[in-house]
Write a protein that binds this ligand. Sequence first.
Ligand SMILES: C[S@@+](CC[C@H](N)C(=O)[O-])C[C@H]1O[C@@H](n2cnc3c(N)ncnc32)[C@H](O)[C@@H]1O
Length: 185
Amino acid sequence: MSTHDFFDKRGEQSEIKARIVAKYFKVWAEIVIPSVKKRDKRIAYIDLYAGPGRYDDGSKSTPLKILETAIESNDIRNMLVSLFNDKDDRHVNSLENAIKSLPGIETLEYEPKLYNVEVGEEIVKMFEEMRFVPTFFFIDPWGYKGLYLSLIKSALKDWGCDCVFFFNYNRINSGLNNSKAYIQR
Ligand SMILES: C[S@@+](CC[C@H](N)C(=O)[O-])C[C@H]1O[C@@H](n2cnc3c(N)ncnc32)[C@H](O)[C@@H]1O
């Protein structure tokens, strides 16, 4: 499947991926929230490669599943700061519309924020210097480009932070045989 038709129709793998991430996020939130209540009362979700929100067949992708999970829980709804980023402005616009039309979205204490930035070394440097409230990071690039080890390290450095990342190891296998490909630090 090429990157162009990735969002045409949600495949079984994408459905499973969205379910794994939303379930994991809920369990993570339930574990950190009792301690967060005694601290600064916010948790965060940062999705660096968020995609358009819905597949062309209308089915929901991970960002919408996460926000639905938040809307359904009193605690998460009141504490969650959510940030969604994609380098493709069409995906950001589509995601913004999909989020706006999600039932119950107005019940979230903090409105989801959308960004249109290309993830690269600058983001890593920024993360290295930031101190995060307990944050769940979702890193889901196409292939492995952008999946820096330093990015994961910077995401996991503060208390209560966790990260789920997906990458396509078939692309690594083909990259290993390509002298022009490289895996970044
Ligand atoms: C696999 S898709 C994400 C799917 C999404 N996580 C979901 O569950 O529906 C990868 C996304 O990353 C975006 N992307 C690729 N490289 C990027 C980069 N360097 N910085 C930011 N976004 C990027 C693409 O535009 C695409 O929407």
